[in-house]
Design a protein around this ligand. Sequence first.
Ligand code: SF4
Length: 868
Amino acid sequence: MTSLFPFPQIRDGQKELIKDIETVLETGNSLIAHAPTGIGKTAAALAPCLEYALNNNKIIFFLTSKQSQHRIVIDTLRLIKDKIDKNKSQINFSVVDIISKQAMCPRDIAREYYAVFNEMCIHEQKTRKCRYFRSDKTVTNQILNNILHVEELKDLCAENVLCPHKTAVDAMAEADVVVCDYNYVFTDILETVLEKTGKPMDDLILIIDEAHNLPDRIRDHLSGELTLNLIDEAAKEISPLDKKLHRHIRDVGRFFDRFIETQPGNTELNISREEITQGIEQALQEVLGGGLSYMEFVESLKAIEVEIAEKEQHEKKEKSPLTSIIEFLEGWNTNLPCSRVYRNEVNPVLSFRLLDPSVLSEKIISGAHTAVMMSGTLYPVEMYADILGAKNALLKQYKSPFPSENKLVLITKRLTTLYSMRSDSMYNEMAKKISQIHDAVGGNAAVFFPSYSLMDDVYRKFQYNSDAKIEDKSEDIILEERRMSKAAKNKLFNKLKINSNKILFGVQAGSLSEGIDYKNNILRAVIIAGLPLSPPTLEVKNQRDYYINKFGQEKGILYGYIYPAISKVMQAAGRGIRSENDVGAVILMDARFAYPKYRKCLPPDYDIEITDEAEKICSEFFKKDFVVKALQEAENKIREEKVKKSFERIKVEEVKINSMPVIEKIEDKNLIPLAVLECVYEFNERLGVHKIAGILTGSNAKFIGEGGYNESKNYGVLGNFTAADIAAVIDELLQKDYLERAGEFMYPTVKVSRTGGLAILKKEEIKVDTLSQIKEYQEKEQKQKTPHEEAEDMLTPGETELFEKLRMWRRKLADRNNVPPYRIFQDKTLREVARKKPGTKEELKEIYGVGEAKLEKYGGVLIEIVNG
Ligand code: SF4
């Protein structure tokens, strides 16, 4: 067995996985591995693949679906390197960690939408306008001689005025391991990648992590939508620059208009590729003085897209209407099997989506030397083999390494989110059951719904309920919101503390129900509130029919309809138990889970009980001795980890362990210097002042998201201050010896001194003069109201009462979401609501500060409050 495994012990599941990977490496075959959480699949895959690659001159591509997964890969490779160095072995290997060109680009044009950025980058390379686009062998060697995380690689290149992407790609030629996104292999850039590595396809060893995401990622790559609005908006973009092209796009608009008029109302229809491509081509040919072909038209749009971007100030990275149209027209024209649907909605839509990911993946999986596809939810493995076209792959389901008795799995009777059964009383019952289960587990619980609207409906039953106990619980609910930024989601996640007794409301297949690690038993229960079957749209039907045609009736329904829903359930249900020591309950709160056709699709290690009394069974489970002990140990572990970390860092044996403080919330200004020290301490000499200030103020800068700094518990705790304020505090802490200069890695960094370490441990109040100056300045900034503004604020007594009610609701919501109240609604808006008392959403829409998004999110509640 491999000598490169970096840990002292190999667990049973790991042993089996390593053995299987060694077998497929020897035979040049592939593996599809359902490897439940806890097996330790990253090290188990990397060690044998690396050994084989080094002995046989192959190259490993470790493919991930998210950038956040890179860190564990790089850390594992560093451990392997440490082991090699410790054994004084002659083995050497090099690694390149690479993300998208745009995410690595240090220039302003990186803020453009991808397609535009890409065109501009290519143009600047060709015209030699980009001063970063050059090679430097010394820097390439530095990358190859050190295992750098992509953030470190970017810093190194920035220091040397080099394009990080080009430098990383240059380094690929000599690398043994490339850590990158699926896109590097599963799109048409594969050819360029192969050219850069100088290796043929069969020299590639692919490790595809979280591979349950791969089919949808391939499908999403070939999908798009077209509307009349989009055409109009794009025409406006083009109009000032090219009158002829503007006429062409107007012709396309007229064609689409005529097309809409000839379609039957209120329906969805399948549309052939040719009907649209030929219609557009004909419309283009009708132009006086000669028209363009379909593809000539697309190329002209691309050229003007770059021209527009060059004239703009690179301020935002959103997809422009013109870019959307280009992507649509290119994608629609493909010969690959797609669902092509016309939906006659208020704003009619033409959409397409790839039906068969295997048209792309099959040749890649069979062409590579070996592909190891692995995930904790790659179940059933036969389905993934079928839909990815991995015909001869070894299919394996590994046993969960966690004791089965640690997980309670229940299906509740009667409750359901089946469309025909949805009603106020059903939502009320669901709220009641969630509340009872939450009481029974006595700690944090997460509830994942099939959609935001269902989540809102049940949440409302918590907000307004005749049972005061349920209504009070609404205070404990943390709510995921639509289109939350990554930083906001992390902030929300950080509200879950070991004893916080919260209920997290989120959606299935959302970013709180997938890919997030709820460590140290932070969740005691996960409730799956509804079976997330897709609504029966024509696209869903097309997918199901395609698979029925390809794999037969039974498999077609399973692959096209049922398993995609079960996969979301498995992902969400898996959030609770993340280690062999965790204990918890999974409650499948939809009676349909008990139906044989769905139940047989759940993994075999789900030991299910069907009940009407989930709360009672949960209560008994959480009273069991081993469960109480496990939860106590999790709590102790968190405390010990904090203490241990602090002792390792500052080595002050004389301080008692139990005095370790944790800064929960920065309300007291005397804690501000402590928060700064905590943050510096957390990043252990790796960060400079600029990044520390960005983390503490909750900055949305690119480096924050990319470095995962928004996952820090200190992220945004000093959101009321500016980066300059924090930098001034850091300066003063340096002068007062609480901080020291650490070193020059890529830039000067700071570290906590012994004095600072003691201050953290003793939760010392540190006087920092800078703070008084900042406060003074903030007070000066307070604006005086004009007499006109004061008159505007006047309300009658009745209006004042309603205004106060509205403010109280806003305060609760703001506290719960950890945002300032004005971010929900300004006082001016609430005053106007109190004055005008809107009774409908239409009336509410007329009020200052109520846009579409806020209307959708808060409209129902506001009207309920107004109506008393
Ligand atoms: S060559 Fe590199 S630095 Fe220059 S624009 Fe492209 S990605 Fe950015």
